[in-house]
Design a protein around this ligand. Structure first.
Ligand code: ZN
Ligand code: ZN
Length: 156
């Protein structure tokens, strides 16, 4: 799906959700949603806040937080709690096809695609449980930290 198309699809999904839950239809939610779909990576509330400010769109952090919660509820956004960091968010349409390698030393996050593994997990069924999605986090040491560790060892 092109970015414009996925943006439109997200707007429709949000409208339907707001309607079904009889919530108030505020235009700022759509502005925030559009911005979320402009960001191609993971982001924190802080990053989103700054990006909106740069656009000249002023919104309180409480409103931002509430909107994010709403997007998660209606399945447009996924929340990540990477090692020790503040919560990071990512578009649900991006999540299904990659998983995350997390460096426990510097906190760097790398996305990797592993089609074989994803297909295996997608095919997995658990009795009496309906799977909506899965998330896989792999923890370890990134190449930079490995190099730094080696250097430090030599110094000793
Ligand atoms: Zn690292
Ligand atoms: Zn990701």
């Amino acid at each position: 799906m092109s970015d414009e198309k996925s943006k439109m699809a997200a707007r429709v999904a949000l409208s339907q959700y707001i309607h079904s839950k009889k919530l108030r239809r505020t235009p700022e939610r759509y502005t925030i949603l559009d911005k979320v779909f402009d960001i191609s990576e993971h982001f924190s509330i802080e990053t989103l806040y700054t990006a909106l400010e740069e656009d000249g769109f002023h919104v309180s952090k409480a409103t931002l937080y509430n909107s994010i919660q709403l997007f998660i509820e209606c399945g447009l956004l996924r929340k990540h709690q990477f090692d020790g960091k503040s919560a990071q968010y990512e578009r649900a349409t991006r999540v299904g096809n990659h998983h995350h390698l997390i460096c426990t030393q510097c906190g760097k996050i790398k996305e990797v695609k592993d089609v074989a593994l994803v297909n295996m997990l997608n095919a997995r069924r658990y009795p009496t449980f309906h799977t909506a999605y899965f998330a896989l986090y792999v923890y370890g040491t990134c190449s930079r930290c490995q190099r730094a560790n080696k250097k430090n060892e030599k110094k000793k």
